[in-house]
Every structure is written in structure tokens, then in C-alpha cells.
Design a protein around this ligand. Structure first.
Ligand SMILES: C[C@H]1O[C@@H](n2cnc3c(N)ncnc32)[C@H](O)[C@@H]1O
Ligand SMILES: [Zn+2]
Length: 441
């Protein structure tokens, strides 16, 4: 429900009054100023609108919550959605994914990332942590769609000194490019892929560059048992200790997966203040055969957050769905129905995710940038409203998101996104052309 004339609400910042929404358990109004900052979250529900904001959005009882934060994905893998399923990780990467990625062109990354941004806006994600290639194109897509992103180039030197030089250059170029954009919604990070694709010298270079630039580190960690046994055989220590010896474990580091960590490694990640990104759907789909030791990591002081991984191992970017799978996988795998209760799952997907990416968002309080989503509570799956957090974690999904606001700008209103069809068509065509190129060699 919105005020009569909503033309012109999209595309730039306006002062907004969002009335009649539920935050936690209270009916409130939310006021956002034209700089995109929340100025008040107050129990003014029901009072006639006398404000002088540019636009009024009647939430009609919807649940208002901070925009969700996807702390691990490869956004442009939307183009590879459904291309290869039902395979073990190493075969999946080496026989299907990496060969197709070799044919990716810059415009593919642009269209695929735009599609990912549309999919994330539609399902309530307002910020994501990306690791991929040709990331200047990802930055262009993020800038145009209005979402927030931390972008890293997937650094892969395959233990080769010459390739390492090129990877360092690409990493430096991306950081410089993002700095030149001067866009508060787009920040850089360093993205050493994993310990089995990046040499110790490469890892050390990444750690030093991140430290020097005061930017984050984004890495895959202990996804499979093979990764651990190979690391012990090659480096004489387990993956977390190996990363620590290269300076990779820092409070600015997001370590994705963390499935095969032992108690000592959980403690080490906690001591270093690392953010551990749980990707339950991807882990189950690729059969990593162990769930992230969430309770041990949380007890050790690590920041536990949530990610979808790429669309070729999920196969969507729905963080509401990801929250539910995280909450039930943890209960099932650790054989304890009290592990990862709904409020903690919601924190992983919002406040903890913002903390992991060094963002000022993740909470609905005055003074922070307005990254806000409205989730309908008039869909059958969300009725009754005994407990909003329970509904958000255990019964709703991305399809119930009605409105998405990032940095105070309305990106989706009443489930409508401008130019959505144009982006979907462009990405679909790019995907067909990509596979044709790969098949014709
Ligand atoms: C950035 C690089 O990471 C690869 N990639 C995608 N999904 C995974 C995963 N689950 N584990 C490791 N690497 C992955 C992408 O295919 C790309 O090559
Ligand atoms: Zn990944």
C-alpha cells in the first residue's frame, strides 16, 4: 500500500515515511531522510501522516527488518545456475565450472551480476560479499542496481610465480578502480580463493595488501575433508593454522564454509576475530559431509554469519531460505534441536553479516543508513503472527519480501522492480551465448 502518486520514487534518494510496520513485536513508523539515513523508528503507528516527507509507504502491517547480508557468494555464477549439479566438488570445479568460466566475457559478468542483484533485491538482500572475476563489471552492475557490495577478485595463482604476478596486479587494479568510483555502497576486499589454489607466497601477499589498504579478506576455508588432509600432507599443519602462518586470519577476514574445523581451529578463528560464513545449502548440495561447527565457533568468539555461495551450488540467492536451512541443518547434524535458535539465525543473516563486512548497517536504529526490507505478513505462510522471528526463519521465504530499500533508496516497492524484465532477458541471452561459445570451443 503506498501513497497515491509513487512515480519518481525509484532511482534516487527521497525523504520517506514508512508507516504501520512491525519491528520485533512493536507497531512503528520509520522515517528516513533524503541522505538515506534512518532518523527515527518510533511507536507512532496509526497517527495520521502530517510529515513533510517526499513519499509515504504504508507497510500495512508488514514485518520491517534490516536488509539481509549475504557474506559469501560468486554473484555472476547466476549464469551457471543449473549448468552442473549432482557432482563432487573437485570434479564439479575442474570438469564443469572452471572450463565454462574460461569462456566468460566482461559483458557476461555485467549481465550475470545485474541478474544476481535483481534476485537479491527481490528476496530481501541489500548487501553481498562477492568473489569472482572481471569485477569492474560487477561494480558497474552494483552501482546501477542500487545494492551494496564488497567486491574481491578471485586470486588463484596455482602455486605458479608468473601467474601470481598477474593475480597481484589484478587485485591491485580492482582496489584502485573501486577507490576511484568513490561510491559508499561499493567497497573492495582481497579474495585469495583457497589454500589449494593459492600458494603460501600468494596468501602472504594478499594478507599484506589487505593490511596496507585497510580492506577485508574473503577466502574459502576447510570446505571438504580432502582440503584438510591435503593441507596437512603438504604444509604439515591444518588449514586454519596454515592461513594464520600467512597472516590471513584477521578481524577483517570472512572465511566461507569452515565445515571441517576442529576445536583448536575454532578457538583460533575466535581469537583472531574472524567471521565464519556458513553456507548450509551449498554444503549440503556438494555433500561436504560436515556442517560448520556453529556452536563451537560462536562460543570461541568468532562472528558467525551466512552466505549462499554461488548459484551453481545452491541454486538461488534467497537468504530467508538460507536462514531456515542453517537453523535446521545445525539441529540435524549436531543432533540437538536447541542449536541455532531463530533469533541467532536472523542475527547471522543481518547484524552479524554487516559486522563481517564492516558495514554500518544491520540494525533498524536511528543514525544508520537505511537498508530496510518489508516482509509481508499477509501471505498464508506467515499467518498467524505468534512470533515474527519464528515466521521469518522457519516459514517465510524470499517470495514474501514486498519492499527493499538500500541506503535510503527504494529498489523494490510492493514487489515491483523497474527494468527487471530487461535485466532478466539480457542475462538469459548471455547465458545461452556463453554455453554456445564453450561448446564451439
Ligand atoms: C571464485 C572461484 O570460486 C569458484 N567456486 C564456486 N563455488 C565454489 C565452492 N563451493 N568452493 C570453491 N570454489 C568455488 C568459482 O567457480 C570461481 O572459479
Ligand atoms: Zn564459494
Amino acid at each position: 500500500m503506498t501513497s497515491d502518486d509513487m512515480d519518481g520514487i525509484f532511482g534516487k534518494n527521497h525523504s520517506l515515511l514508512i508507516t504501520n510496520v512491525v519491528v520485533d513485536t512493536k507497531k512503528v513508523d520509520i522515517v528516513i531522510d533524503e541522505k538515506g539515513i534512518i532518523t527515527s523508528v518510533g511507536e507512532m503507528a496509526g497517527k495520521a501522516w502530517k510529515g513533510d516527507e517526499d513519499f509515504l509507504i504504508d507497510g500495512n502491517g508488514a514485518l520491517a527488518l534490516p536488509g539481509l547480508v549475504n557474506t559469501h557468494t560468486h554473484a555472476a555464477m547466476t549464469l551457471l545456475r543449473g549448468y552442473a549439479d549432482d557432482m563432487i566438488l573437485q570434479d564439479w570445479l575442474s570438469q564443469k565450472i572452471w572450463p565454462l568460466e574460461a569462456h566468460l566475457k566482461p559483458e557476461d559478468i555485467y549481465w550475470a551480476t545485474k541478474l544476481a542483484c535483481i534476485e537479491m533485491i527481490r528476496s530481501g538482500t541489500t548487501a553481498f560479499n562477492d568473489m569472482y572475476f572481471m569485477m569492474d563489471q560487477a561494480a558497474k552492475a552494483v552501482n546501477e542496481t542500487g545494492i551494496r557490495a564488497v567486491l574481491s577478485y578471485g586470486f588463484i595463482d596455482l602455486f605458479n610465480a608468473e601467474k601470481r604476478e598477474a593475480e597481484c596486479k589484478a587485485t591491485e587494479n580492482l582496489a584502485a578502480h573501486i577507490k576511484s568510483l568513490d561510491n559508499p555502497r561499493i567497497t573492495a576486499a582481497v579474495g585469495p580463493h583457497a589454500i589449494y589454489t593459492v600458494s603460501p607466497e600468494g596468501l602472504k601477499w594478499c594478507a599484506e595488501f589487505a593490511q596496507q589498504q585497510k580492506i577485508g579478506i574473503h577466502i574459502h576455508l576447510s570446505e571438504t575433508e580432502k582440503e584438510v588432509t591435503d593441507c596437512v600432507a603438504t604444509h604439515g599443519k591444518r588449514p586454519a593454522a596454515h592461513l594464520d602462518s600467512c597472516g590471513i586470519l584477521t578481524p577483517r577476514t570472512v572465511a566461507a564454509h569452515c565445515c571441517w574445523l576442529d576445536d583448536a581451529e575454532c578457538r583460533l578463528l575466535g581469537e583472531r576475530g574472524v567471521s565464519a560464513a556458513h553456507n548450509p545449502v551449498s554444503n549440503m548440495k556438494l555433500a561436504t559431509n560436515r556442517a560448520m561447527p556453529y556452536a563451537d565457533l560462536k562460543a570461541a568468539g568468532a562472528n558467525t554469519c551466512l552466505g549462499t555461495d554461488g548459484c551453481a551450488s545452491n541454486n538461488n540467492l534467497d537468504m530467508l531460505e538460507e536462514m531456515k536451512v542453517a537453523a535446521i541443518l545445525q539441529k540435524f547434524f549436531w543432533n540437538n534441536p536447541t542449536v541455532l535458535p531463530a533469533p541467532e539465525a536472523l542475527a547471522m543473516a543481518s547484524a552479524n553479516g554487516a559486522k563481517a563486512l564492516g558495514l554500518p548497517t544491520g540494525r533498524l536504529v536511528a543514525g544508520v543508513p537505511a537498508d530496510i526490507i518489508l516482509v509481508s505478513n499477509r501471505d498464508a505462510c506467515n499467518i498467524p503472527l505468534h512470533n515474527a522471528t519464528s515466521n521469518l526463519v522457519y516459514s517465510t521465504n524470499g517470495g514474501s519480501v514486498e519492499t527493499t530499500i538500500c541506503n535510503g533508496r527504494v529498489l523494490m516497492l510492493d514487489r515491483g522492480i523497474p527494468d527487471e524484465a530487461y535485466v532478466l532477458n539480457g542475462a538469459a541471452e548471455a547465458a545461452v551465448a556463453l554455453v554456445e561459445r564453450a561448446q564451439s570451443g
